[in-house]
Design a protein around this ligand. Structure first.
Ligand code: PMP
Length: 286
């Protein structure tokens, strides 16, 4: 079935969607994006994604083409037109088409390009991987210095994912100056006893919307949270590990660079946090 995608105000069949070859998103990765999960036809943590989108745009001196209410209406229309029960809505805003290739930003009268599409993932919250956990490998983090901005420059994370696949693993944790930054498309955590350890927010990592929610729920459940750096060595000796992202929710990690955690089995803390996260987020979905 052909999807309906959104391009600059129009809902069109995907085969009819057109973007200029001069679009700065295409030529220079000059664009930002958001991915919002859909469960039972409703948007998960939409407010968080809208807020981060506004921040990413502002950090790149791009205007936000829509109000939060308009973004919500467009997202809902996309879910409805594509009959999405479980899945996600992908949104991208680029600096648009200045009509030529030039390193300097175009004047503000060049309209941004706005694209949305959906991906249907029936049973998204019942992923079998959540029962068995992910294996991760480590790779050096050689990305740029503004990882807090959610740009479409995803080549290195994509290379990391491929390195993981080639090694028979599910994902790669990136390491800089000896410490784990984050996964290729998720935030990374280790668990020691009742304590959850994750890197503090800075320009070094993306400020995960799922991270914020999970840490809030963990605190409410009387778990201790320590926001600090950790090494692969410390992670391999931890009781448990997990990752969070808008589309994987809370995903247990059972192996890091070949070392099994919790006997290679999914641990109780990650399991509980996944349950709480899904329950609370389903309740608050809009
Ligand atoms: N870090 C990176 C590098 C990511 O790409 C993502 C997912 N976009 C995350 C963390 C998790 O962020 P979120 O919980 O908002 O999906």
């Amino acid at each position: 079935m052909s999807r309906t995608v959104y391009v600059n105000g129009d809902y069109v069949p995907e085969a009819e969607a057109k973007i200029s070859v001069f679009d700065r998103g295409f030529l220079m990765a000059d664009g930002v994006y958001e991915v919002t999960s859909v469960l039972d036809g409703k948007l998960i943590d939409f407010g968080g994604h809208c807020k981060r989108l506004a921040r990413s745009l502002s950090e790149l001196a791009m205007q936000n083409p829509h109000s939060d209410e308009e973004w919500l209406a467009i997202h809902r229309e996309m879910v409805a037109r594509n009959d999405i029960v479980d899945g996600m809505v992908y949104l991208q805003v680029t600096r648009g088409n200045p009509g030529d290739r030039d390193f300097a930003y175009p004047a503000n009268d060049v309209a941004p390009t706005v694209v949305l599409f959906t991906q249907s993932k029936p049973g998204l919250a019942e992923s079998p991987a959540a029962k068995t956990g992910w294996k991760v490998i480590s790779v050096p983090d050689i990305r740029w210095g503004r990882r807090d901005i959610k740009t479409v420059q995803l080549l290195y994370p994509s290379m990391g994912k491929m390195a993981a696949k080639q090694a028979g693993a599910d994902d790669a944790w990136m390491v800089e100056d000896g410490f784990v930054t984050e996964g290729t498309s998720n935030n990374a955590y280790i668990v020691k006893g009742n304590k959850i350890i994750t890197r503090a927010l800075s320009n070094d990592i993306l400020h995960g919307i799922t991270r914020a929610a999970v840490l809030r729920f963990a605190a409410e459940a009387q778990m201790e949270i320590e926001e600090r750096n950790f090494t692969i060595d410390e992670a391999q000796k931890a009781d448990e590990a997990f990752i969070t992202s808008a589309s994987a929710f809370v995903m247990p990690v059972v192996e890091i660079d070949g070392a099994a955690l919790n006997g290679g089995k999914v641990g109780p803390v990650a399991t509980r946090l996944r349950e709480i996260y899904l329950e609370e987020m389903r309740k608050a979905a809009i």
